[in-house]
Design a protein around this ligand. Sequence first.
Ligand code: SAH
Length: 226
Amino acid sequence: MAWSATVLTLFPEMFPGPLGLSLAGDALKRGAWSLDAYDIRNHGLGRHRAVDDTPAGGGAGMVIRADVLAAATDAVSPADDARPRLLMSPRGRPLTQARVRELAAGPGAVIVCGRFEGVDERVIEGRRLEEVSIGDYILSGGELAALVTIDACVRLLPGVMGKEVSGEDESFEGGLLEYPHYTRPRDWEGRAIPDVLLSGDHGRIARWRREQAEALTRARRPDLLK
Ligand code: SAH
């Protein structure tokens, strides 16, 4: 079975969006992975298919109802679904390349996108949703976070990236940010490519890249070195 993502959203038209293009899109068309965007509103209540209500205890905004979201979740992800159920949430554990690797190695993911103020806490517990954040800022909905999460996973699936891009050398993979890249022309606006990269000495090049990666990481992301 190909890696499969099911997204629960109030805006299914947002999918596949950018994931329909480039390498991820080609792989989607080939069936190397699958994407199903499921409308939470299919389980909305009443004539207006309501999915949300005012927050208990008062305050601004609206909250997605537990009963509606649970019914939608159950419709696409039965109790024996082997895929983890993620809830995009600024309160979640920050997404890391290590977690992305785990997700990509598994059967896929069910991804719930919040909107408004968020979702009723009880459905997070009742459907064992793992809260995942893509960073310390607030988006207007979980859809972009879901696209980010899926993109990061899909590019790791076998055969999705061209074979010249291994993914092994990227930022975060070795606990370091990546070294700088250069390509033609050799001189551009008075800036030359570092000599070592043109030396043909693979040992020296590897050492230089390692030193650059370490220096960049120390300067920009000392937290990664701990
Ligand atoms: N009231 C919430 C924010 C709601 S933002 C709070 O203060 O925590 C609306 C929805 O956007 C959220 O339910 C979530 O699904 C999504 N979202 C917003 N920021 C996000 C982030 N940094 N990472 C992942 N999802 C996010």
